[in-house]
Design a protein around this ligand. Structure first.
Ligand code: GNR
Ligand code: NI
Length: 167
């Protein structure tokens, strides 16, 4: 296993649309293992392959308290959404920034697991938020793009300053 470097907003590679996974082979299994390790180490509750510079539709999520419920979604699609919720979101690609985002309260997602088996999952609350946040990444969308232009401008300049300090 290996820790993978996480791309930082506004890296243009975060804005690419990820491709479907043709075949779940050893390279995908290794990617998922490395993504899980990277997510837990960060620590985070989700990670999209796009964030580790792999433009494939692969997501790992674990919203459990004790980090015991790893969920893997390959080629996920939201097939149903309902309601509305506001959640303060953060992103491993946008360190130190937490902002409220409005999303669906409930989603039904269809995906394949690591063995290639299709499954459907109904999610609400934080899990639903996380699924929407991660699928956004697969479509090249970072959560700050849901915020006002003014907030985005402020976040960009704050991150630039930070990058100068840490460089
Ligand atoms: O670790 C994460 N926490 C989080 C909190 C609220 C809403 C979404 C998230 S996802 C984020 C990890 C991440 O950046 N995934 O892409
Ligand atoms: Ni994120």
């Amino acid at each position: 296993m290996a820790l993978l470097p996480i791309l930082r907003f506004p890296d243009p590679r975060l804005q690419r649309r990820a491709h479907s996974v043709a075949e779940i082979d050893d390279s995908i299994r290794k990617l998922v293992a490395d993504m899980a390790e990277t997510m837990y180490a960060a620590p985070g509750i989700g990670l999209a392959a796009v964030q580790v510079d792999v433009p494939l539709r692969v997501i790992v999520i674990d919203v459990s308290e004790d980090k015991s419920e790893l969920r893997v979604f390959i080629d996920p699609d939201i097939v149903e959404r309902s309601g509305e919720q506001v959640c303060e979101e953060g992103c491993l690609s946008v360190p130190g920034v937490y902002e409220k985002v409005t999303r669906a309260e409930r989603v039904r997602v269809r995906a394949r697991d690591l063995s290639g088996e299709p499954f459907e999952l109904a999610a609400d609350g934080l899990l639903a938020v996380c699924i929407q946040h991660e699928i956004d990444h697969l479509d090249g969308v970072v959560f700050v793009e849901h915020l006002s232009r003014l907030k985005q401008t402020r976040i960009r300049s704050r991150l630039k300053k930070q990058a100068r300090i840490t460089a």
